[in-house]
Design a protein around this ligand. Structure first.
Ligand code: ADP
Ligand code: MG
Length: 149
């Protein structure tokens, strides 16, 4: 099922991220990691969404757009999920580069939540169960968010 949202502020986008995190925390662990693929152009709101998502997991560290870092891990407390893995594919040249980071192992661990920015660039290696979220820039403040969940 697809849900469509329009947000008018970064805070509204964070709020949608937070709600999704709360929903995922209520799900029982599956056999593999929960993978979430964020698609959309630069400035569309992917990192902003993830900031709200991390807040929903009670992660206090700042989530930034990594300039040189491709992957960052955050501890999740008080949940069956143990780690949030943030992967940003903006600078990668192909899926093989992600594989080199130990991607197969990361997505095999049921206690991981893996959020991937620029997921369209590595779609060929994402599991079938990936939740895709599409971000569209409408105007300076308005974004469209399409959630396939
Ligand atoms: P991405 O990760 O997709 O490149 P970012 O989340 O880093 O995008 O950047 C989005 C930028 O747009 C931020 O500077 C944010 O403050 C701004 N912005 C303005 N309106 C919104 C909105 N409704 N939702 C999300 N971000 C917004
Ligand atoms: Mg980003």
């Amino acid at each position: 099922m697809k849900k469509e949202y329009f947000t008018k502020t970064p805070q509204e986008t964070r709020e949608i991220g937070k709600k999704l995190a709360e929903k995922i925390l209520r799900k029982p662990l599956s056999l593999k990691a929960q993978v979430i693929g964020l698609r959309g152009d630069l400035g569309a709101g992917k990192t902003t969404f993830l900031q709200g998502f991390a807040a929903g997991l009670s992660i206090e560290e700042k989530i930034l757009s990594p300039t040189f870092v491709i992957m960052k891990k955050f501890k999740i407390k008080n949940s069956n999920f143990k780690k949030l893995v943030h992967i940003d594919c903006y600078r990668i040249e192909g899926s093989s580069q992600i594989k080199e980071l130990g991607f197969e192992e990361i997505i095999s661990d049921p206690q991981n939540i893996v959020v991937i920015e620029w997921a369209e660039r590595v779609e060929d290696i994402l599991p079938e169960e990936t939740i895709f979220i599409d971000f569209r820039f409408m105007n300076k403040e308005k974004r469209k968010i399409l959630l396939g969940f």
